[in-house]
Design a binder for this molecule. Structure first.
Ligand code: BG6
Length: 482
């Protein structure tokens, strides 16, 4: 493998200290980073490398607690670093980076910056002659805030990088359990053969968060939960659940199948939106035993009549052969009762109940992505008893993913994603078409909400969202799993 250099723009930002550098440290400590990988930390502050590293160590210490590097680990890790001070919008500053880059090595540019800087950084990398060797670029979401803005970002990127060199992150794809979905579906014959409209009644995907907007009012109020979570994370989960088996694990093979699902998603228009979408916004309530403010009382709130949703529930349909007639209920919100990400595959009742009574209990597969990562399958069995000849009960088969793992620590999504980007494997990164098709669907839904005046319904922090979200599913004779 060719030697790789990692260049992180936004190295002094919050994401870098919370996620990126801790992930790199864990990889280094586990001996998984190439020995000769060099890291250039690029940020605005005009400081020395020693000063940057001292600040980074302190911030990593605050974020990582007892997992923070000890002296020996830190010495080994920090040797990889160079600090380059640059104002990202000053082309002259890129000369320092150019002087450090080596055309004999792969340059992996990681933009941990606000998206508004993506275009200018690409342009200056080009003008500053930093793109002369073998280069890859890694970007954080959001890639745009609508179809047209994501198209614009992608078009700018395409001017300087081939699609095969662009690594768009959706950190959900780096989660161990999300990758496990592929293995569960395509590595187990009995599961895959029962995975369609003839056996499945409906699918639920819930991503509940207990946190609020965490001081990000100015960002969040412009996007809301649909753009922040559904367009990317829930869409990726839906694709992995619904897609056909890819021919191989090559990036293009997987992406092709995912794009087909996004394109098959039934458009939610003005005529159907009121029946299919519920928007909510949290009011004050309780989170983990603490009183918490409502969305409109959050720090930084400048628009006290904001209609931005912090919760959304959607009844979606994938209009293809496999999923005809099977609703996909999607739900995500901030300040929910629990932090939980789970996918429920609810099977149909048996066609004929030979046991009588209320024994026709359909199977249910629960895929727990976080926390308590694992799978549960509810099964019906006979209660052991001489008195009641055929008294049935529901049992749960429980598979805990943590059993048999390499270590007790579940690797953070960024560890997998860094490793793959370094190794040039794009299969867990999102392709241009997936993103743009997903925006097309979300834009339509948002426009329909605006046309029909689907306003936000209040819900108490610490609950499972507005009552209308219960009605959305209950009117179909079903209920949310949690
Ligand atoms: C981010 C969103 O992409 O994902 C945040 O911007 C959200 O608003 C976060 O809180 C959730 O990620 P996780 O890994 O904690 O489920």
């Amino acid at each position: 493998m060719e030697p790789v250099d990692l260049i992180i723009f936004g190295a002094s930002g919050d994401l870098s200290a919370r996620k990126l550098f801790p992930a790199l440290f864990h990889l280094d400590d586990a001996g998984l980073l190439p020995k000769d990988l060099r890291i250039a930390a690029v940020a605005r502050d005009d400081i020395s490398c020693d000063a940057f590293l001292a600040g980074l160590r302190e911030r990593m210490g605050n974020n990582m607690g007892s997992a923070a590097p000890n002296e020996q680990q830190w010495q080994a890790f920090s040797k990889r670093f160079t600090y380059i001070s640059a104002c990202f919008d000053q082309v002259g500053d890129y000369a320092r980076l150019k002087a450090w880059l080596d055309d004999e090595r792969v340059s992996l540019f990681y933009l941990a910056t606000p998206p508004s800087l993506f275009a200018v950084i690409c342009e200056h990398l080009n003008t500053g002659q930093c793109l002369t060797g073998d280069c890859r670029i890694v970007l954080e979401k959001p890639i745009g805030e609508s179809l047209s803005s994501s198209h614009q970002v992608n078009t700018t990127l395409a001017r300087y990088f081939d699609e095969s060199s662009i690594y768009r992150i959706d950190h959900y794809l780096g989660k161990e359990t999300v990758q496990n979905l592929l293995v569960l579906r395509f590595g187990n014959r009995f599961i895959n053969s029962q995975w369609d409209h003839s056996c499945v009644d409906h699918v639920q995907i819930t991503v509940g968060e207990t946190v609020g907007i965490e001081g990000r009012w100015s960002y969040y109020d412009n996007v809301g939960q649909l753009r922040d979570m559904v367009q990317n994370h829930l869409m990726q989960l839906l694709c992995l659940v619904a897609m056909e088996p890819p021919n191989s694990l090559e990036a293009d093979s997987i992406r092709d199948e995912k794009v087909k699902i996004v394109k098959a998603l039934r458009r939610i228009d003005t005529a159907s939106v009121a029946e299919h979408v519920v928007r909510g916004q949290y009011s004050r309530g309780w989170s983990n035993g603490n009183a918490v403010p409502g969305y409109l009382e959050e720090e930084g709130c400048v628009q006290t009549n904001s209609d931005t949703e912090t919760f959304v529930a959607i009844k979606a349909h994938v209009d293809n052969w496999r999923w005809a007639g099977v609703p996909f209920y999607l739900r995500t919100g901030k300040r929910m009762a629990e932090k939980v990400t789970e996918i429920i595959i609810q099977y149909k009742e048996l066609p004929h109940n030979i046991f009588g009574g209320g024994a026709n209990i359909p199977n249910r597969l629960i895929i727990r992505l976080q926390p308590n990562e694992g799978i549960e399958m509810t099964m019906v069995s006979k209660r052991q008893s001489l008195k009641d000849k055929l008294s049935l009960q529901t049992h749960t088969l429980n598979l805990d993913f943590r059993e048999g793992a390499d270590s007790d620590r579940i690797p953070d999504a960024y560890e997998r994603l860094f490793l793959d980007a370094i190794n040039g494997d794009q299969s867990l990164f999102v392709g241009r078409e997936e993103i743009e098709e997903s925006w097309r669907w979300c834009d339509g839904l948002l426009a329909a909400c605006a046309d029909q005046g689907v306003t936000v319904k209040p819900y108490h922090a610490g609950s499972w969202g507005p009552a209308k979200a219960e009605i959305l599913i209950e009117k179909d004779g079903r209920s949310w799993h949690v």
